[in-house]
Write a protein that binds this ligand. Structure first.
Ligand code: AMP
Length: 357
């Protein structure tokens, strides 16, 4: 009899937790979690009224992997960042540019995911940024086949009035000159400025990149880029050189080998989730950044402990991104899938060692 009451009470508490809205759009939550209370707790923890301003490319991509090839599909750094962050942060404001060739349906899809596209300029009669890449068999390295800047080549970012006073700013991958202009055109400094870049900009715009780096709190790059930027092979030495250039926090992504977070004398490492199949790694880095900064905005906390958790949220989102071509997998994730995966990361990183017994 007592056991029966206990289970009934547990069921009521469980379903009450499940009804807590994780997100303003009340994404569909299914039951049957292996750790429902833990997941409900996580869910309860993530809600935000903070605004996140995202800039970066919105693009067409053509991708070749050992699994197949796509024609032009939608991609771009800001697309992946915004989609990933939309699961955590409530107010996402996008600043970017596309040509008249960019499908309205895809802009509407972003709007439906909670991304405000008022700051997305549409240049009629012009062509959108186009990038094409081919992955090697290991899926960890790729060759860029084409980079056509098109409208991105002369992009002059306009920050709509309603985007001013943003709390968090994510400068996604595009010209450092544009990243600088955005920082100049925002009236008040956000609580956190995070920035992504790539070797392309190190090759063609290093001076502007260094100027932009002086103004940011977090830089997110991959291991190859960290080596190029610092001239150091050791990532620990590279992290010191790069942090001397401006950012207090540095995240170095190592593809399927996880990510490192450096802050003062601290280093934190998060593995990547071992997946059976990696279908297309395009956008994984941007998705990581979106999950990371989206999580921080949802918590409205900027310290090393929250950055560590942000790295886990970013890694979890990136692990979804690679499961399908382009942005497809990010478009209709369910909250319970995300939280299950974060749970998997927690399991993956936990170790019980006692040095005294
Ligand atoms: P990732 O795989 O995370 O490095 O990001 C791939 C995305 O970055 C693709 O969707 C491309 O459209 C975009 N991209 C590639 N090169 C550039 C560039 N030079 N500037 C801005 N975005 C780029």
């Amino acid at each position: 009899m007592e056991a029966c009451w206990f289970f009934r009470a547990a069921k009521i508490i469980h379903s009450t937790f499940l009804q807590i809205n994780f997100h303003k759009k009340s994404r569909d939550l299914r039951t049957g979690f292996p750790a429902p209370f833990f997941i409900a707790f996580l869910q309860h923890q993530i809600s935000s009224t903070m605004s996140l301003l995202v800039i970066g490319s919105v693009a067409f991509d053509a991708i070749e992997t050992p699994f197949g090839k796509t024609d032009k599909i939608i991609g771009g750094a800001a697309t992946y960042i915004s989609m990933a962050a939309s699961y955590f942060a409530d107010r996402i404001n996008l600043v970017s540019v596309v040509g008249g060739d960019f499908p309205v349906a895809d802009i509407n899809r972003m709007e439906n995911m909670g991304v405000n596209t008022k700051g997305l300029q549409i240049k009629d009669g012009e062509k959108s940024f186009f990038w094409s890449g081919r992955y090697h068999n290991d899926m960890n390295s790729r060759d860029t086949l084409v980079t056509e800047l098109n409208v991105l080549g002369y992009f002059d970012p306009v920050i709509p009035e309603e985007y001013q006073n943003c709390d968090y700013l994510m400068l996604g991958n595009l010209s450092p000159d544009v990243q600088l202009k955005v920082m100049e055109r925002i009236h008040n400094r956000p609580k956190l400025v995070a920035m992504d870049t790539m070797n392309f900009w190190m090759d063609v715009a290093l001076d502007d990149l260094k100027k932009a780096m002086k103004k940011v709190d977090v830089l997110i790059i991959n291991d190859e880029e960290a080596r190029q930027l610092s001239g150091e092979y050791s990532l620990v030495k590279a992290s010191r050189v790069i942090r001397d250039m401006g950012p207090r926090y540095l995240i170095i992504k190592k593809g399927e080998h996880g990510a490192l977070l450096f802050y003062e004398e601290n280093v934190y490492f998060a593995p990547a989730l071992p997946l059976e199949d990696v279908f297309d790694p395009t956008g994984a880095g941007d998705t990581f950044a979106g999950g990371f900064v989206g999580y921080l905005a949802s918590q409205d906390r900027v310290d090393f402990e929250h950055m560590k958790r942000g790295v886990i949220f970013g890694s979890a989102m990136a692990s979804f991104c690679v499961e399908k071509f382009g942005t497809e997998r990010l478009q209709d994730l369910q909250m319970d899938e995300i939280l299950h995966r974060i749970n998997a990361f927690i399991d993956l990183t936990q170790v019980d060692i006692s040095l005294t017994s």
